[in-house]
Design a protein around this ligand. Structure first.
Ligand code: 0X9
Ligand code: ZN
Length: 300
């Protein structure tokens, strides 16, 4: 139903999730976790063998509209997991996967129709300017460094924590689902980084050594899979301080031990406008990284 030779629009990606739930009802289910500002569904695919005691992992893409490689990568990972489930190792099978490929459907559609480099959602933010940066709108250290109160900037944090329906839907689902949450992985682009908290400032959580070790193993797995170098480190010092990110909320509030933002390819040649021929290699290396994180999550 989908290919990984081209980038697809939200409706096609959501149609693919529905197809999987119909075709593999014992393994897959789809849930609409909320509606966007403009009334589009935010869909989540759960992949689970139904065993009690499974650890739970969250994966999202498309928080930032223009980062097209991220929904493509997330759907590639879904396709791989579902098609090979029986042959996967126990740590994959005994995980409950909660996967949202397009967390910002309005923004993503806007990059297809109007402005390829749009980043934010499509909220009527204030004055002439639209859009809240969903990765500044999460409710941990909201409104601090690297975010703005000015709706005309790319890093507008919104009127308050979780003011946007897209971030509120993620919060409501994660907080409202009885699951043994262990790993949170948010795909972004670009730059080839594996980042962990904190992002809001140059500081690290008490278990930062575990996050660094697993991040380095994930980067090594990417290289072993034939991929390029990814830089590993705490987001605030490795990239820049930016508060209100989903990764910090996952770690600081929602209780995920292993919380990562993975910035996919490339390092700037094409940037956000990565040609579709890069989807397969990028997604393969991302899957290799996710395997490492999920294996660690099983032991957490
Ligand atoms: O600035 C961001 O939101 C992310 N980079 S991007 O180029 N995709 O926009 C990095 C977020 C890292 N995490 C935190 N700062 N919490
Ligand atoms: Zn991003």
């Amino acid at each position: 139903r989908l290919t990984w030779q081209a980038y697809h629009k939200t409706a096609d990606i959501h149609g693919y999730l529905d197809y999987l739930a119909e075709t593999y009802p014992d393994l897959c289910s789809v849930k609409t976790i909320g509606m966007s500002v403009q009334g589009r569904p935010i869909k989540l695919l759960k992949i689970s063998n139904g065993k009690p005691g499974n650890k739970a992992v969250w994966v999202d893409g498309g928080i930032h509209a223009r980062e097209w490689i991220t929904p493509a990568t997330v759907t590639f990972i879904i396709n791989h997991l579902v098609s090979n489930f029986e042959n996967e190792p126990k740590y994959i099978q005994d995980t409950d996967w909660y996967i949202t490929p397009v967390a910002n459907p309005d923004g993503y559609e806007f990059t297809h129709s109007t402005d390829r480099l749009w980043r934010k959602n499509r909220a009527r933010a204030g004055g002439q300017c639209s859009g809240t940066d969903l990765n500044r709108n999460f409710g941990y250290k909201w409104g601090g460094k690297g975010s703005s109160k000015n709706p005309c900037t790319q890093i507008y944090a919104g009127a308050g924590p979780f003011s946007e329906p897209e971030t509120a839907a993620i919060q409501r689902f994660i907080k409202g689902t009885q699951a043994a949450w262990k790993a949170y992985v948010s795909f972004h682009s670009y730059g080839q980084y594996i980042l962990y908290p904190w992002g809001y400032e140059n500081a690290v959580p008490p278990d930062h050594r575990d996050l660094e070790a697993v991040g380095r193993r994930a980067a090594a797995a990417i290289v072993a899979a034939g991929g390029p170098r990814y830089t590993v480190g705490p987001a605030g010092s490795t990239l820049y301080p930016a508060s209100g990110g989903s990764d910090d909320w996952a770690k600081g509030v929602a209780g995920f031990k292993y919380s990562y933002t993975i910035e996919l390819r490339d390092t700037g040649r094409y940037g956000f406008v990565l040609p579709a021929s890069y989807i397969t290699p990028t997604a393969k290396e991302a899957l290799a990284a996710v395997r490492v994180i999920v294996e660690a999550a099983q032991k957490a």
